[in-house]
Design a protein around this ligand. Structure first.
Ligand code: SF4
Length: 412
């Protein structure tokens, strides 16, 4: 295993393979957009990707583009273009940076992958399980391009999931079929759907295995690594290539565990990150926590691409359950019980809540949760203010001071 200099972020060797895979994924989309075939479906991050793949669409996830705009720090310059046509600076900054990117005809996909631009959609398919913004986002492109939009309306704040919730959601998945068949120009082959669900399920199992390796002390991987390593699980679920990738990554991380190689040398604190990453500050945060000998071992965000309910024996019913069982869709009580399990499993010593200005849906500190967890479990918590993409909402100095003080408090 390659040696890295102390204090430097340790390179995960499999990442080279992932870069190739992502380049291949975007090259396919670019070629399809230029030729008009195969057809392209845009899908929200936790939308029905398996159904789209089974119908032969190439699937593009605009939230992935949003994250790329954040990570390349181009978002903050693009958001004002969306604000100028009436999209508020207070709504999802993935949406506003993506719309700004479209309006200004600037995308890192061009420089990173040689693409003409974002691949134009033949259909836009959403699930409101995560938020309403995704639907409004797709409506922007419907108006621009005249592209049809179809989707699933999922209620939120769900506690226990029962037929009363899931039956209508399953029916909505089934009702998408004739709409999508007409656009795809083909009939749904149930065997292909079962196969896509099976591939997604296998990807989920491997991705979960990657994340669970962080229960090991010291952890071989940090949240900041996870936000990169999750790429194939995000854009290629339902595709064999994502499975192949994680089959390479898991042994590399297992070897780290066997050899005692830590993501953070001298790991003393084990932190849970609740909320969105601050994409433009990933490296700075990774280095800050490394300097503080603290590893962010687990997060809600990276675990949100685990869909254990998927079952090829019951594709529609299991998609309905899997995409409704997610953390973001659930009640406060469910979320607190989930966090309690994570704290125990990952031996977490403190929780950091990120209050993302433009994403209330992924900010869980606004209704008293940190105080309740602290009182009930005795776990220290810290809330930092920021945003996923809009760096105007983030004060580096303030966050750094607060994180340093929090680590001092944990060390006592
Ligand atoms: S969940 Fe948050 S970040 Fe994701 S699309 Fe919705 S508002 Fe944007």
């Amino acid at each position: 295993m390659a040696e890295d200099k102390p204090g430097k972020i340790k390179k995960i060797q499999s990442t080279g393979l992932m870069k190739k895979l992502m380049a291949e994924y975007f090259a396919e989309l670019d070629a399809a957009a230029r030729k008009g075939s195969p057809k392209i479906a845009w899908c929200t991050s936790v939308g029905p990707a398996e159904l789209l793949r089974a119908l032969g669409f190439l699937v593009y996830f605009p939230e992935n583009h949003g994250a790329l705009l954040g990570a390349t720090r181009t978002a903050t310059d693009l958001i004002p273009a969306a604000n100028a046509i009436g999209y508020s600076p207070d709504i999802c900054s993935y949406l506003t940076s993506d719309v700004g990117s479209y309006l200004k005809k600037q995308t890192p996909l061009a420089t990173a992958f040689g693409m003409e631009g974002v691949p134009k959609a033949d259909v836009l398919v959403y699930n409101t399980n995560q938020c309403r913004d995704v639907k409004d986002w797709f409506d922007f492109y419907r108006r621009e391009w005249g592209t049809p939009v179809a989707g699933i309306e999922t209620p939120r704040q769900l506690g226990d999931l029962g037929g009363v919730h899931l039956d209508p959601i399953r029916k909505q998945h089934e009702a998408l079929v004739p709409v999508l068949e007409e656009i795809a120009g083909t009939k749904l082959d149930m065997d292909r759907l079962r196969e896509a669900v099976d591939l997604s399920r296998k990807c989920t199992e491997l991705w979960k295995k990657v994340l669970r390796l962080a229960t090991h002390v010291p952890s071989p991987i940090s949240f900041f690594d996870g936000t990169i390593q999750m790429g194939p699980a995000v854009v290629l679920r339902g595709d064999q290539r994502a499975i192949d990738y994680y089959e390479a990554l898991v042994p590399e991380l297992e070897e780290r565990c066997r050899e005692g190689v830590a993501a953070v040398d001298g790991e003393t604190q084990r932190i849970y990150w609740e909320g969105m990453p601050i994409w433009g500050k990933l490296r700075e945060h990774a280095e800050l926590f490394m300097r503080l000998k603290s590893c962010v071992v687990a997060s809600t965000y990276c675990n949100s691409w685990i869909f254990e309910d998927l079952d090829p024996g019951d594709p529609f019913g299991s998609m309905a359950r899997a995409y409704s069982a997610l953390f973001i869709v659930r009640s406060e009580d469910f979320k607190e019980a989930y966090l309690e399990r994570m704290i125990q499993d990952y031996k977490v010593t403190g929780i950091l809540f990120h209050d993302a200005k433009t994403c209330p849906n992924n900010s869980n500190c606004r209704y008293g949760m940190p105080d309740r967890l602290q009182a009930r479990l005795g776990i220290p918590t810290l809330t930092i203010n920021g945003d996923l993409n809009d760096l105007r909402c983030y004060s580096e100095e303030q966050a750094k001071t607060n994180i340093e003080a929090f680590m001092e408090q944990l060390a006592v």
